[in-house]
Write a protein that binds this ligand. Structure first.
Ligand SMILES: NC(=O)c1ccc[n+]([C@@H]2O[C@H](COP(=O)([O-])OP(=O)(O)OC[C@H]3O[C@@H](n4cnc5c(N)ncnc54)[C@H](O)[C@@H]3O)[C@@H](O)[C@H]2O)c1
Length: 458
């Protein structure tokens, strides 16, 4: 099928590249010239496992082409995805400006003699499919001076659930595909687009093998409002699970229990399950905070006070602040202290810094006049670029960050940090203080070595 994807970010680029690899012809539109040029050179503008080889494959086979200008290819497409960003406004409501712009542009390029399914893949507030229709119609009127012909297009919702760091894996082997539309033909067309994934009939790429037992992917066919709500409910639930684990950790710390054992113990219950129960510095990233805020905002719009969701958010904020408190407990004043920070990205496997706990924690350390030395295996370039005016030092190797430091704070659980021995860390630190925001190290080993070790909930 001919497909156009608006937005070449984490979602749009990965979706476009995977669809192209599955045999579709993909036209990728982004307003960022630099990104478009990189993509067409086969160079991913983001860090994502195996994206480079996938991109090079689909570029060299001419199945994917990135562009800054919507061209005739838009009107030739049967399916048009909107995968642009929907960041939060100050009041928590999502900023739909990019969606508005993309939908208007789509409307301007539709050919009245053809029919289209236009798909919201961006995470948009419940009811946004109607808004997108309005904006597409506006674009069509601007370009053609007459109203959109009846039935020329349908707007569907196809929320995305990929995890950064595993984006291609999750696109090829999703837990489910959710399609929401008011017309069965649109659902059928989209199901056909995803057929190789639904049936798992494609040949897996060499380093992205099919997980054992995955024979097909469940398809949820529903209405648009429910599809939009599924996305928000999923992220609200996942962030609540983590905040729950953190609340338990805070109680564990007080009573002397070990959160790791406690969560393993409850995770064995099939009704609970083991995933997303890791206590730590809290969740971050481009989605959880923004989507939770958007859902809270939606509830407010309807006069409902979503107390559980508000607590989920508050616990997460507290968790970040508690890292500073732990440092202050150990060091008292932080003025002039040298603090080594391991990990900037909001989780391992990505260079994405959006709403990363490291940002608010480092900002507070700087505010308290500490000197900060950081190391992250992939996110330091983004940090240098996006926070050029922050007075922080960058280490070439994890151990270099420790020299002369008064404490080490671990904020991302990169595998390389787990591989470093506590003895080696102690040899480099000025004082043996480790604030382990990701429970990377063994607390018993730390105690044996007389480290002043503060994990989360242990
Ligand atoms: N990143 C994730 O892990 C993830 C997972 C699931 C869902 N989502 C949702 O998917 C959407 C996209 O997220 P993302 O992380 O890919 O965002 P992103 O910021 O990485 O990418 C968005 C891209 O859209 C481009 N853009 C903006 N306006 C445009 C326009 N008018 N025409 C064409 N391109 C335009 C931007 O230049 C940017 O490259 C968001 O709604 C997000 O909530 C993201």
């Amino acid at each position: 099928m001919n497909v156009t994807v608006f937005g070449a970010g984490y979602v749009g680029l990965v979706t476009g590249a995977v669809l192209a690899d599955l045999g579709h012809q993909v036209n990728l539109i982004d307003i960022d010239t630099d990104k478009v040029e990189k993509i067409n050179r086969g160079q991913p503008p983001i860090y994502e496992f195996e994206l480079q080889s996938l991109l090079q494959r689909v570029i060299s086979s001419h199945r994917l082409k990135a562009r800054t200008e919507p061209t005739a290819h838009v009107s030739d497409s049967e399916v048009i995805f909107i995968a642009v960003g929907t960041p939060s406004l100050d009041d928590g409501a999502p900023n739909l400006d990019f969606v508005h712009q993309a939908a208007t542009t789509i409307g301007q390029h539709l050919n009245p003699k053809r029919s289209y399914v236009i798909v919201n893949k961006a995470t948009v507030p419940i009811g946004s499919a109607n808004l997108v229709e309005m904006w597409i119609d506006d674009g069509f009127v601007q370009a053609n001076g007459r109203p959109t012909p009846q039935g020329m297009y349908t707007v569907a919702s196809n929320p995305e659930f990929l995890r950064e760091g595993r984006a291609i894996h999750d696109t090829l082997y999703p837990d489910r595909i959710v399609l929401g539309a008011d017309h069965p033909e649109a659902l059928n067309l989209l199901a056909n687009l995803y057929r190789p994934i639904l049936d798992q009939s494609f040949e897996p790429p060499p380093r992205l093998l099919r997980p054992q037992g995955v024979k097909s992917v469940p398809l949820v066919r529903t209405d648009r409002l429910s599809a939009e709500m599924i996305k928000y409910a999923a992220n609200a639930f996942l962030s609540t699970k983590i905040s729950f684990a953190n609340e338990m950790a805070n109680i564990c710390e007080r009573v002397g229990a070990d959160i790791h054992t406690v969560m393993s113990g409850i995770g064995l219950d099939n009704r609970i399950g083991p995933q997303f129960l890791n206590a730590g510095v809290g969740w971050g990233g481009s989605c959880f905070g923004k989507d939770l805020s958007a859902l809270i905002y939606t509830a407010w719009e309807y006069g409902y006070e979503p107390k559980l969701l508000e607590s989920t958010r508050q616990i997460n904020d507290q968790q970040r602040k508690s890292m500073i408190k732990r440092l202050q407990d150990e060091l008292k004043t932080l003025k002039g202290r040298r603090i080594a920070v391991w990990g900037l990205a909001f989780k391992p496997g990505t260079d994405d810094l959006r709403d990363a706990p490291a940002l608010s924690i480092i900002a507070e350390l700087l505010h308290l006049n500490a000197r900060v030395m950081v190391y992250d295996p992939v996110a330091m370039d983004n940090m240098r670029r996006q926070y050029a005016d922050w007075d922080i030092r960058y280490a070439k190797e994890p151990m270099d960050a420790l020299d002369g430091a008064d404490a080490l704070v671990v904020l991302t659980e990169w595998e390389i940090f787990r591989q470093v021995s506590l003895e080696d860390i102690l040899n480099r630190l000025k004082t043996p203080i480790i604030i382990d925001g990701r429970n990377v190290f063994d607390p018993n080993e730390a105690r044996r070595l007389l480290v002043r070790y503060r994990g989360i909930g242990r």
